[in-house]
Design a protein around this ligand. Structure first.
Ligand SMILES: [Fe+2]
Ligand SMILES: [Fe+2]
Length: 350
């Protein structure tokens, strides 16, 4: 087991020779490369480039007119969540993740992720501009983190975890490092990996009813990006675990379980809000089971036993995981492969 003194010097901070991934400093050395898998993630992400202009949301306008009152309520809550979700994630990336992942190739990936989050922000801005023509209603959607209780609760959860490490300039103690790991795991497993996955489930449910194909087509690309963001974050966790196994103690595991359980409750409350008028074909209990199933999958990736043992009740999400992304993947590779060498990995575990 690696023994880490409580206070490390920053000697070697720029050479990348002997430091650990979470050691303070600004490693600048790409050769020899310490973490080639981070660089591979960066190159894979470049292959997934897409632009908001490629998504035609206007085809959804006719569908919006066909929705029942209950479905309209669901969609308006959903777009209010999307209005600010990716901006929150991007802020944590810059304020916390980039600061402490001391690897130039890791920071390359985070730079790319930041660009993708910006594209997501632009996509959802376009979604709101298209779906919510009334300026006042749009303003309200952007203020949902303050005014709509089910969204405010999720935002409070995110902000609390951003704040949990915001004051840390360097990860010097074991506690600092565990706090950072919890922030990283929170954003990957609970926010990108659960809040967003929950939101995507509504989109694909609507598509399974023949509705809002424009939104679903853009969501395919966001979904794939989010899967990659999670995969990178879990790579970082795995790397830190190999370098500093003592950080992963029973207390940390319990904190991860508690955090995911709270995220499931937040998202279940959001589901109660979305489905409160009774949307035919999607029950609250199915949604809760789906969220529990997703939470268990996040725990499995982290090597932690499942909490719920729930199955996935949504066949349309199983399809999403495999078929739709494969189709998307093939299309995009043919469109963007020029000039990029090497193999592309495709994670269908998510
Ligand atoms: Fe995103
Ligand atoms: Fe993301």
């Amino acid at each position: 087991m690696t023994t880490i003194p409580e206070q490390r010097t920053t000697t070697g901070a720029h050479t990348g020779g002997r430091n650990l991934l979470l050691d303070p400093g600004m490693d600048l050395t790409l050769r020899p490369m310490r973490y080639p898998r981070f660089f591979d993630r960066f190159r894979d992400a470049i292959r997934n480039t897409w632009t908001v202009e490629e998504v035609d949301l206007h085809s959804d306008l006719a569908d919006l007119g066909k929705l029942s009152a209950a479905e309209r309520h669901l969609v308006s809550r959903l777009v209010a969540f999307f209005a600010t979700g990716d901006t929150i994630v991007a802020n944590n990336l810059v304020l916390n993740l980039y600061q402490h992942i001391n690897s130039p190739e890791g920071r390359l990936y985070l730079s790319r992720q930041l660009f993708e989050e910006a594209v997501h922000v632009q996509f959802y801005l376009n979604l709101l501009d298209t779906y919510v023509p009334d300026e006042r209603e749009r303003f309200e959607a952007f203020a949902a983190v303050e005014n709509i209780p089910s969204i405010a609760r999720k935002a409070e959860f995110c902000f609390r975890w951003i704040d949990s490490v915001f004051e840390l300039r360097e990860l010097r103690t074991r506690e600092d490092r565990r706090a950072f790991l919890l922030n990283l795991i929170c954003f990957a497993a609970c926010i990108e990996g659960l809040f967003f996955y929950g939101a995507f489930a509504y989109v694909y449910f609507l598509r399974s009813r023949g509705l809002l194909h424009g939104l679903a087509s853009g969501t395919n690309w966001v979904f794939r990006d989010e899967s990659m963001h999670m995969a990178f974050a879990f790579d970082v966790v795995e790397t830190v675990r190999a370098e500093e196994p003592d950080l992963f103690n029973a207390e940390l595991e319990q904190q991860v379980r508690d955090m995911l359980a709270e995220a499931v409750e937040c998202e279940a409350q959001f589901a109660e809000d979305l489905l409160e008028q009774g949307v035919s074909g999607m029950s609250l209990s199915d949604m809760r089971e789906y969220l529990q199933h997703v939470a268990d999958r996040r725990l499995a990736v982290l090597g932690i036993a499942p909490m719920y043992g729930s199955r996935n009740p949504f066949a349309f999400m199983e399809l999403q995981d495999v078929q739709e992304l494969s189709n998307f993947f093939e299309r995009r590779v043919s469109a963007y492969q020029v000039g990029v060498a090497g193999s592309v990995s495709f994670d269908d575990d998510f």
